[in-house]
Design a protein around this ligand. Structure first.
Ligand code: KIV
Ligand code: ZN
Length: 511
């Protein structure tokens, strides 16, 4: 079995998903989960792109011990120096430097000749190698590059000290046969290729990212890159969980394996989905809600007789539990803490107490508290910034009646601790709430997108609201959870404002 390194870029390429803005606390939470999942390398961000990205990469590099942490850099000394400042604390400092090699990128974007591109790449790798023991170099848009030229640059950057060479299909253009052939070509035509690992990095514009990644493995890639749930720029990246499960289920064919702990897949997927607001489609492979559901009578009959008739992956393999009813209103703090630990949350005393109060409040109103409910509450409290002054919802009243104008009255606490009350109308209850909030908060605030989703089933299920807003011309996103949809909506809007106030954290990628 060949060992395939997993390079996760959820926090960098994944975070480039339109509308996704994670703050440092959320990134750290995802990084800790990626470590539990067992990724070999995690790309924590692009340190030179913003102060927020720098701080997050540095914090992750200081915290994560069992995965190698890396950061992206352009072929500029300044980018590499900043990356070093962020990554020097990590156990195994590693940098990811990239430069485009396709004719279209060289001519229009870089305005460089092929010779200048080689020179720039070699200079950057040489410089990076003075600081970092591990230097990955990526040929951006490799799959639309001239193969001979690609082989030439790669040979030169290997001479300069690169330890991993990544072949990105930046625009999701290539087909599996071609991608496999490109890996074979490079292995046969770059004379020093044996000194490095070859890495696959695929985008999903034609829906081929996972297939292309597997084709690269068949043709000698020893590292694969991707994101959890396949999130990322445009149509996204290869979904890491799909590649890892395919290698496991078809080890007879691929003869290759990763070090991932597959049982952590579901939790990782849930956490990434919750914190990014990128819902997982029900029919998504491996982690979708219907991935293990059998609807037709013939299938159900088959599965009842023998699971293997229609089930090639078991839910247990990827950590899907049956969303058990776990605690009730008589459960005490000790049982709650134990359950939190079992669900992977090691909260500070302060956060545990706050989460326990929220659980008790919910348990008074909701008949059955499930794993999913607890996961939602605990994620919320784990990623709450306790130290940060913020707008907080104190009370909410909405009047709604058919043929009446909806009116909302809100009381909020402002970041400096004062209480403000206001009311407004709207064409619906949510609009009335949002009009009220817009009156209360100084500055220009407007809603760009609104999504609601229920946690689990049942009429008393928790509501999770995600919003995208513009606040003083800056994009932000927010999340709110409550049993009542209007309360969740109000909380999400305020959360988006609070996140934006700490705007140095919101990364704007220069890519
Ligand atoms: O898709 C891409 O080309 C990238 C590079 C920065 C590696 O993400
Ligand atoms: Zn990419």
């Amino acid at each position: 079995m060949r060992k395939i390194d997993v390079f996760d870029t959820t926090l960098r390429d994944g975070e480039q998903t339109v509308g996704v803005n994670l703050n440092t606390v959320e990134k750290l939470e995802i990084a800790k989960q990626l470590e539990r999942l067992g990724v070999d390398i995690m790309e924590a961000g692009f340190p030179a792109s913003s102060k927020g990205d720098f701080e997050a990469v540095q914090m992750i590099a200081k915290t994560i011990k069992h995965s190698s942490v890396t950061g992206l850099a352009r072929c500029y000394q300044k980018d590499i120096d900043i990356a070093w400042e962020a990554l020097k604390y990590s156990e195994e400092p590693r940098i990811h430097v990239f430069l485009a090699t396709s004719p279209i990128h060289m001519k229009y974007k870089l305005r460089k000749t092929p010779e200048e591109v080689i020179e720039t790449a070699v200079q950057a790798v040489t410089y990076a190698k003075r600081l970092f023991p591990h230097v990955q170099w990526s040929a951006e848009d490799a799959c639309r590059s001239d193969w001979k030229f690609l082989a030439k640059v790669i040979e030169k950057v290997i001479e300069a000290g690169a330890t991993v060479i990544n072949i990105p299909d930046t625009v999701g253009y290539i087909t599996p046969k071609e991608y496999g052939a490109l890996f074979t070509y490079l292995r046969e035509n770059v004379k020093n290729i044996d000194q490095v690992k070859l890495s696959a990095h695929c985008h999903d514009d034609l829906g081929l990212a996972v297939t292309n990644t597997l084709a690269a493995i068949e043709h000698g890639a020893l590292q694969i890159e991707g994101t959890i749930n396949g999130i990322g720029e445009r149509a996204g990246n290869a979904a890491i969980e799909e590649v890892a499960v395919a290698l496991t289920i078809r080890k007879d064919y691929y003869q290759a394996q990763t070090n991932l702990n597959l049982q952590e897949i579901k939790r990782t997927s849930d956490l990434v989905s919750k914190l990014t607001g990128m819902m997982v489609p029900a029919n998504k492979a491996v982690v979708g809600a219907n991935a293990f559901a059998h609807e037709s009578g013939i299938h159900q009959d088959g599965v009842l007789k023998e699971k293997l008739t229609y089930e090639i992956i078991t839910p247990e393999m990827v950590g899907v539990s049956s969303n058990r009813i776990v605690l009730g209103k008589h459960s005490g703090r000790h049982a709650f803490k134990e359950k939190a630990l079992e669900l992977g949350f090691d909260l500070t005393e302060e956060k545990l107490n706050a989460a326990f109060s929220a659980f008790k409040e919910l348990a008074d109103k909701k008949k059955e508290i499930t794993d999913d409910d607890l996961f939602t509450i605990l994620t919320d409290y784990q990623t709450k910034r306790v130290d940060e002054p913020k707008y907080e919802l104190m009370s909410l009243q909405v009047q709604y009646g058919l043929n009446h104008i909806p009116t909302a009255t809100l009381l909020i606490q402002t970041p400096n601790g004062t209480l403000v009350q206001e009311a407004a109308t709207g064409s619906g209850s949510v609009e009335a709430i949002y009009n009220t909030i817009e009156r209360m908060i100084p500055g220009e605030l407007s809603l760009q997108d609104y999504r609601i989703h229920s946690v689990g089933k049942g009429r008393d299920a928790l509501a999770e609201v995600y919003v995208k807003v513009k606040y003083n011309d800056k994009p932000s996103s927010g999340r709110g959870v409550a049993q009542d949809v209007l309360e969740a909506s109000a909380k999400a809007y305020l959360n988006a404002v609070n996140r934006c106030r700490n705007h140095s954290e919101l990364s704007t990628s220069p890519l």
